[in-house]
Design a protein around this ligand. Structure first.
Ligand code: AMP
Length: 415
């Protein structure tokens, strides 16, 4: 089924959205891109006379109730965005009565799905090496099905619109679809739009194609980095991973973030880039701080000659220039992950330089795709959101889609 062929009038729709928005220490939303992304489908259902049951996760509460991850904190923001009151179900697995009582046009927001380990379906408190692990996993998978069935019982139809978690086979993103027939489950507008944006990039790559990968660690991105090395002409690797590369060549990196068990991975990336003829751009210098804070004293050092007592927190001036030079003239641009600790205003210059260079290239006709919560936050922070081609609500999901993997959240609907 597709959204535009479905009549929501008088129906209860359970919609999986991605409201995993960043909050400050007072519980205020610092970037509402994901809420805005879900609005078209939510408004469409209400306008047609349907009732909404909205479900999402937030953060990583690991199967336990934790106030700081409560979706209750964003209830009012969702109501303001929708322009209608929002009811709240404080226990997502015990919301049947509230769901049954919903009238057309009413909205019920369920508490964080990940307060239940069943949502992710991973056994808790047991290591993979444990001989009992397989049995525990099997039991949890059965519980996951029961949990999905409870969620499904709230509604007449299911809409999957959480692109940010579509790469996970969770109760609410995929398993639940088994409890609806093909005529009563569909992808939402955001999912359709996101899948199309990825297709745009991959089906007709205009070259040069550059990817900019940043963030804290190389380990979490190695799969996509290796994959991209088979697709791109240039690859900028920046952010915290800079220092794993510097260390792999015997450099001094002071107190910078590093993955000592990934030095061989870094060297492997360099080798593969060379083999594939990809221009690999790493930061030659770093803006360092004498502690991990916005107010730290600053000094610039070569990325591989950082003395003790200093840590690299942003790309240096020469690095920023090289990044901008590499981006200039490219026709397809993918950006995931910041070039430094952009949350600190004094260490966001590298990420800003990347964002501005992307905006310039976009003005010259490039297609730029920005994904991942942090890069999206950067683009918003620097006021560049309307100067890039497409802002994805997905990080991992976007990268897996670009790797060419079929996302479980899509497969659950489309088979
Ligand atoms: P990730 O979750 O791996 O995409 O990483 C995003 C995080 O990386 C952001 O919160 C940044 O603050 C952080 N980050 C980027 N560069 C550095 C750095 N040089 N040192 C420490 N953290 C960094």
């Amino acid at each position: 089924m597709t959204i535009d062929n479905y009549n929501f009038a008088g129906k209860k729709a359970i919609v999986r959205v991605d409201f995993n928005v960043p909050l400050d220490e007072n519980g205020h939303i610092t970037d509402d891109t994901r809420i805005r992304g879900a609005l078209p489908i939510l408004k469409h259902i209400l306008e047609q006379g349907g009732a909404l049951i909205i479900m999402s996760h937030m953060g990583k509460p690991k199967g336990k109730v934790a106030a700081k991850y409560s979706l209750g904190q964003i209830k009012d923001a969702v109501a303001a965005a929708l322009g209608t009151p929002v009811l709240f179900a404080p226990d997502c697995a015990k919301a049947k009565e509230q769901a049954d009582a919903l009238k057309p046009g009413e909205v019920l927001l369920l508490e964080n799905l990940r307060f239940y380990p069943e949502e992710e379906g991973k056994p808790v408190g047991i290591e993979k090496e444990d001989p009992a692990y397989e049995a525990a996993k099997k039991e949890m998978k059965a519980r996951q099905k029961d949990f999905a069935k409870v969620l499904a019982s709230y509604a007449d139809c299911y809409v999957m619109d959480a692109f940010g978690t579509a790469h996970r086979k969770h109760a609410s993103t995929a398993v639940i679809a088994d409890y609806f027939d093909a005529d009563n489950k569909m992808l939402g507008y955001l999912m359709e739009k996101e899948v199309k944006a990825v297709d745009n990039v991959l089906s007709d790559i205009h070259r040069p194609f550059i990817a900019i990968m940043g963030g804290s660690k190389v380990s979490s991105k190695i799969g996509i980095i290796e994959n991209l090395l088979g697709k791109v002409d240039k690859l900028i690797l920046c952010g915290g991973m800079t220092y794993t590369f510097a260390k792999a060549h015997g450099g001094e990196i002071g107190g910078s973030i590093v993955e000592l068990d990934k030095l061989d991975v870094a060297l492997g990336v360099e080798e593969l880039a060379k083999k594939n003829g990809v221009e690999l751009v790493l930061a030659p210098d770093a803006i360092c701080g004498d502690n991990f804070s916005n107010d730290a004293n600053q000094k610039i050092f070569p990325s591989d000659a950082i003395p003790e007592g200093w840590e690299g927190l942003d790309a240096g001036p020469e690095a920023q220039k090289r990044f901008a030079d590499a981006i200039r003239g490219c026709k397809t641009i993918l950006w995931n992950g910041p070039a430094g600790v952009f949350e600190f205003d004094n260490f966001c210059g590298g990420s800003r330089a990347i964002g501005e260079a992307i905006a310039e290239a976009t003005a010259e006709g490039a297609f730029s795709l920005i994904g991942g919560g942090d890069s999206v936050a950067c683009v918003n922070k620097f006021g560049l959101a309307d100067k890039v081609s497409y802002i994805s609500t997905g990080g991992g999901a976007l990268l897996e889609a670009i790797e060419g993997k079929v996302l479980p959240g899509v497969a659950a609907i489309k088979g």
